[in-house]
Design a protein around this ligand. Structure first.
Ligand SMILES: [Zn+2]
Length: 191
């Protein structure tokens, strides 16, 4: 029997994600096709989980005085399309049809400005701690849904460190690409 998909993309929205709109986005260039998923990690403060600070940060609502680290990122206006929390809950900040601000100066296979043509997915995590199993499961389910809506993504999964080497280190040494790709094949087969 065919299994119902866990997530589904409709009009650039991920059904199954909690919608948390961010003001930090703009239009993708005309005629551009979505063709890459960029995997990141983020935690605020670094290596601490929970607290809702990432959501607040992406919504420009973080109180910079709450932690000394927050002062080092004060005023930054950034976003990602999706954030996968430690629990596996998925938050969507930016519609996939729009350009989120996650990659910065970057290039992938000689194409610059990855924000123009990519979908950015943040995992709540850090470079010095393992990710949760549930985060891999959900990342694979979400990526399977994205690949069926945006077929060019099929071949193109990268880490932030791959598209901005020397400048960015995430998703970091603990991110297990083989585990992710193996789960992704399973969910694709079930679609
Ligand atoms: Zn990143």
């Amino acid at each position: 029997m065919q299994q119902a998909p866990f997530f589904q993309v409709i009009d650039g929205q991920l059904i199954g994600a909690r919608q948390v709109p961010s003001p930090n986005y703009n239009s993708r260039p005309e005629q551009i096709e979505i063709q890459l998923v960029v995997v990141h990690n983020i935690s605020l403060p670094p290596s601490q989980f929970g607290g809702g600070y990432i959501e607040q940060f992406f919504q420009n609502q973080l109180d910079w005085s709450q932690h000394p680290y927050f002062q080092t990122i004060e005023g930054m206006q950034v976003s990602a399309h999706l954030l996968i929390l430690r629990s596996g809950e998925v938050l969507q900040f930016v519609n996939f049809n729009d350009r989120a601000w996650h990659a910065g100066r970057s290039s992938y296979m000689a194409k610059k400005e990855c924000n123009d043509y990519s979908i950015g997915i943040e995992l709540e995590g850090s470079d010095d701690l393992p990710f949760e199993d549930m985060q891999y499961v959900v990342l694979a389910q979400v990526t399977a849904a994205l690949q069926s809506s945006y077929p060019k993504i099929l071949q193109h999964l990268a880490g932030h460190s791959d598209i901005a080497p020397g400048r960015k280190t995430d998703p970091g040494p603990f991110f297990d690409w083989l585990k992710f790709r193996t789960l992704l094949q399973q969910y694709k087969a079930n679609q």
